[in-house]
Write a protein that binds this ligand. Sequence first.
Ligand SMILES: *Cc1c(COP(=O)(O)O)cnc(C)c1O
Length: 391
Amino acid sequence: MFSANDLQARTTLTQSGRTADSGPGLSVNPPVVRMSTVLFDSLADLREAEARRAQSERSLTYAANGNPTAFALEDLINDLEGAHGTCLFPTGLNAVGLMFQAFLRPGQHVLITDAVYPPVRRLARTLLAAFDIEVDYYPADASGIEALIKPNTRMIYAEVPGSQTFAMCDLPALSQLCKARGLLLAVDNSWGSGVLYRPLELGADISLMALTKYVGGHSDVMMGSVSTTEAHFATLKTMQIAMGSTVSPDDAYLALRGARSLAARLAMHERNALQVAQWLQAQPQVIRVMYPALPEHPGHAIWKRDFHGCNGLLSFEFDSPQPDACDRFVDALRLFGIGYSWGGFESLVTQIQAQGDSGPRQILRLQIGLENPDDLIADLQAGFTALAQSA
Ligand SMILES: *Cc1c(COP(=O)(O)O)cnc(C)c1O
């Protein structure tokens, strides 16, 4: 069940980002170091630290440029992603925005997957449009993408799988296309969280994650990361320092603490979600269950080749003549929280907006948490019963 890569991630999560020089009297996890000013012994020391920072080296000069607790988390994410360097941001969406600012310039063109996390479209309409950066969207499976590449195209932005219907694309193939044309390949890796998927190893230049999701894992902290290969790190770091983007040591501590159990949680999310997905497939009102580990999933072959497991996210579509089927179903649930986000220990439900040939499709997305899956199935059964009674 566990690939070598997955096993490697387990050791990384346990050993990386620990207190340096641990010895008698030191904590296992790095302490929360709250600070703004950094004190130096001499002006010469201060100048030396500043000079190292100017070379994109990690150097503690002022806490707007990072703090020791955040540095420990950067190390762990870096090891997970197999990256040269990692920068942290207050939210996942902010990480996407700063990555665009760092790598795109007015007059350039970026191709974004149609399966993208929807707020990135708003980012494109506001930030990118205001800076005259052109955007086009390509099909989730990247079919026909070559025809969309223009002379001013600078970047392809992927999200694998897409976070709503879990559409897959062939990242190694996309990477070959990018390398042949000198394009940057950036990937949203929130779904895989550095354990299930490693885009940089598959040829991407930039991998970013919403640490808010599975890495934090406890629905109590927001954060984003951007990790790059060596060739691109200075560009990212320079923009981060210029913008004064950083994360609080308290938040970094929470994310780091959550990350320790990431591999163990993901394995349990996967086991629970697979059980629920198979049960849903057997329900007469369900016409489609979208979960990459199911052989019927359109991206299943790519998932098997490129991924090291599945998480707790799945979507399913009703075949119901009732336009309010989703509302009726969700109103009957007791264990599933209604709300945005995913990746915490608890189960959640949300509605996915999608158009079909004859009006809106009725799709719910579930984040399957760490509860007893039999209890979750009993809860979902109540949803189907409510649908049947109102039919
Ligand atoms: C949630 C999410 C983000 C944004 O993360 P926030 O921390 O909520 O800003 C980005 N990409 C994907 C795929 C997400 O699910």
